[in-house]
Design a protein around this ligand. Structure first.
Ligand code: ADP
Ligand code: MG
Length: 762
């Protein structure tokens, strides 16, 4: 029960900027109208104006038109939030919207123009004015400035701008940025300086400031600690933290053709923003048990501001021109949803890590040291005055009593001591009775004493300066209460606040009246005639019908937006899947299985950092993938060969000090083969072989015997019948060009039968 009592909604305000020069010149239609009294934004669609399209109406906590002044925004919307931070609540101010709609204008504004300063500089003034008017309170104010770009956190105040910071979580205080620098600031000027330094770093880190700022989130954090004496007589510390967030532009990034690096960027740029949207949806949904804070750095960092221990104001910035219609509607729907987030803010009292407490304790410790120091001196002096050291107890008591005298005497004491030493030195110099050596020794002693004295004095001064510096960082109010023209100013401020409050209440009431009106329309009516009843009912029907149409079109729009979003997600998913497939392909085909397994076994997901990490290569129980240390390495830092060990002992050869040396010349082994030599062949064998390898056409056939027994045969028929059947082997052209006829009249003794080829011994 108490829980629900302390919960409150995120406050959402909408601000519409004026038409800019370009829009005016291009004569764009104005599609947004702002009803400041009712807190409503009315958007009409110019394309469907002729048809029965009804304008879309959104209601918010308050709305600001193009004439709204920065200071009005501050007084009505942000001042109460900063006030509660001063009381020890956490507070967050977001600026959300498309690029160029005035997020930075709202947060920072025009720096040198008091009229157009944004929330951040106005809050500086507010905070330090509040402190200067406070009484019996001690404050410590510090500032940090960071940026999230492509899911990396950069400290805008650190000297090393290339460093990326990590998020960590502590069970008691939640998520924080590790090693984020924060500067203690004592005045408006100092904290403004911090902001300027951060802004410079922001633009230095980016080639195109506008491009960069529309893709990165900037968070300025002011931590205010306040210590006050409680009713129980103890000092209590309250810590309030104010997050001032200038978000990246909410417009859809075009993703067409994105690949590799570009794809990575495209998926990361708005990852934080879409995660923010998902967190808001999940928080509002009521059925969701899981809120995906861990999906992005931004949502993790602002976990407390969304559904946690903080008061939150969201400023949604929109443009009035028709060509921004889509984005304007998206922004309005987005922020409309955020209205329903419930936070549970509470005062952070006496946290463990309050810096103020540390400061106070350190100051007390230093003061005590200083006290001790001066105590010693005084005791010495008094002892000197008394001329002995008889009763120290009394003296010690005395020293606490006359503290003032102590301070006055401090300078005298040092001078006295120095003069005395000087005098003694002179005396030694002039004393002729001493041996030269003795004299030198004594002189040296004196000099050393003088130096000690000087050092002690310096140390004391340093300590005092340190105490002073630390004390100056703790701010206390009430000093210049008179010269502040404050009484009147305060009354004025009070009045302004009252007016703002009244406006707010008026708006709320009007909204309620409007709501009731519709509900109770029926109850009020009494009909005098049937005709009147028909008229009134028709009117009502028309009104309800219009409303129905509005709701229908809203449903249609939301569905369309949803489909668009899904399509975009699907596209991203497809691209990512493709990329994943490619990586898989590479792994499967080009990385040895053994190596892959090793990596798989070493890799683990670090929940804390949201990252895959590698375990170090050491032997971990039941992890047999890891290599054990070779036996040769016992007692050595690395495996060491026998040769290296011997070499180290024999000669101090540097070459073998580190044994992981590779010798790059090759050791050639003894040769076990011979050059090829042609075999020697006997001449008869060679002749026989040559014969055997001769082509068949060259073979001479002796057919003289055959010829004599058969008698002469006509040349044509003989040539056709006696010709050797064609050989299956193809003939070489060269040899076939000189055919030797087996039957030629000029050589009656030409052979008809083949000779032996010489392979078969005759
Ligand atoms: P964002 O940070 O959302 O990208 P900016 O704050 O840079 O947009 O605003 C873009 C331009 O519009 C700036 O030149 C700014 O001065 C102007 N502008 C924005 N809001 C207003 C406003 N309410 N009144 C006057 N000028 C504005
Ligand atoms: Mg901006």
């Amino acid at each position: 029960m108490s829980k629900s009592k302390s919960s409150e909604s995120v406050k959402v305000v909408v601000r519409c900027r004026p038409m800019n020069e370009k829009e005016r010149v291009a004569k764009f239609d104005r599609v947004v109208s702002v009803d400041v009294k009712l807190g409503q934004i009315i958007v009409r669609n110019p394309r469907e104006a002729s048809s029965h399209e009804h304008p879309k109406v959104f209601t918010f906590d308050s709305v600001y038109d193009s004439n709204s002044k920065q200071v009005d925004l501050y007084d009505e919307t942000f001042r109460p939030l900063v006030d509660s931070v001063l009381l020890g609540f956490n507070g967050t101010i977001f600026a959300y919207g498309q690029t160029g709609t005035g997020k930075t204008y709202t947060m920072e504004g025009v720096r040198n123009d008091p009229e157009r300063r944004g929330v951040i500089p106005n809050s500086f003034d507010h905070i330090f004015t509040h402190i200067s008017r406070s009484q019996n309170q001690q404050y410590l104010v510090r500032a940090s400035y960071l940026e999230i770009y492509q899911e990396e956190i950069r400290d805008l105040l650190s000297k090393d701008q290339s460093r990326r910071l990590e998020l960590k979580e502590r069970p008691d205080s939640g998520v924080y940025v590790k090693d984020l620098s924060s500067f203690v600031t004592k005045s408006v000027r100092e904290i403004e300086h911090v902001m300027n330094v951060g802004n410079q770093n922001r633009s230095v880190g980016a080639t195109n400031m506008n491009e960069h700022s529309s893709r990165s989130h900037a968070i300025f954090v002011i931590t205010i600690e306040c210590s006050e004496l409680g009713v129980d007589g103890e000092n209590h510390i309250r810590v309030g933290k104010l997050n001032l967030v200038d978000l990246a532009g909410s417009e859809r990034q075009t993703k067409t053709g994105a690949q590799g690096e570009r794809l990575k960027e495209a998926t990361k740029i708005n990852l934080s923003l879409s995660a923010l949207g998902n967190v808001i949806s999940a928080l509002v949904d009521g059925r969701s048990t899981h809120i995906p804070y861990r999906d992005s750095k931004l949502t993790r960092l602002l976990q407390d501001s969304l559904g946690g221990n903080a008061r939150t104001v969201m400023v949604a910035n929109i443009g009035p021109a028709s060509y921004n219609l889509e984005e304007t509607l998206t922004t309005l729907r987005y922020s409309n949803r955020a209205k329903n987030i419930k936070n549970k803010p509470r005062i952070n009292e006496d946290p463990k890590d309050a810096l103020l407490r540390e400061f106070q304790e350190e100051i007390a410790r230093l003061k005590e040291q200083l006290q001790k120091r001066s105590g010693k001196k005084k005791r010495r002096r008094q002892r000197r005055r008394v001329g002995g050291g008889d009763d120290e107890e009394d003296l010690e008591e005395g020293e606490t009593e006359d503290d003032d005298e102590e301070v006055d005497d401090k300078g005298d004491y040092w001078r006295e001591q120095q003069e005395k030493l000087e005098r003694e030195r002179k005396a030694i110099m002039e004393d002729h009775s001493l041996v030269a050596e003795e004299k030198l020794r004594l002189l040296r002693e004196k000099e050393k004493k003088m130096e000690d004295l000087k050092r002690e004095r310096e140390a004391g001064e340093m300590l005092a300066a340190k105490v002073k510096a630390m004390e100056s960082k703790l701010l206390v109010g009430g000093k210049n209460i008179v010269d502040h023209t404050n009484e009147q100013q305060r009354i004025l401020e009070h009045r302004r606040q009252e007016i703002a409050e009244q406006k707010r209440r008026e708006r709320e009431m009007q909204q309620q009246v409007e709501c009731r009106d519709e509900e109770t329309l029926e109850l009020k009516e009494t009909y005098s005639s049937l005709q009147q009843e028909v008229d009134i009912k028709t009117k009502k029907l028309k009104k309800l019908f219009a409303k129905l149409q509005a709701v229908k079109s809203e449903i249609h729009d939301v569905q369309e937006a949803h489909i668009n979003e899904r399509q975009e997600l699907e596209q991203t998913q497809n691209e990512l899947t493709r990329e994943l497939k490619l990586k898989h392909l590479i792994i499967e085909n080009f990385i040895p299985l053994e190596e892959k397994n090793k990596i798989v076994n070493r890799a683990f997901f670090d929940e804390e950092d949201d990252h895959w990490k590698m375990k170090p290569i050491t032997r971990i129980e039941d992890d047999h993938q890891m290599m054990s240390r070779p036996l040769s390495a016992v007692g050595y830092r690395r495996p060491l060969s026998h040769h290296a060990r011997m070499a180290m002992i024999m000669r101090p050869d540097i070459r073998y000090k580190a044994e992981n040396i590779l010798m790059l010349e090759m050791d050639l082994p003894a040769r076990t083969t011979k050059e090829y030599e042609e075999p020697v062949i006997a001449p008869t064998v060679a002749a026989a072989l040559e014969d055997a390898l001769r082509d068949e056409d060259e073979i001479q056939v002796d057919a003289s015997g055959f010829h004599s027994s058969l008698g002469p045969t006509p040349p044509v028929s003989a040539s056709s019948s006696l010709k050797k059947p064609k050989s299956g082997r193809p003939r070489t052209g060269k040899k076939s060009s000189t055919p030797t006829s087996p039957f030629s009249p000029s050589s009656p003794g030409s052979p008809l039968y083949p000779q032996s080829r010489g392979l078969v011994p005759k």
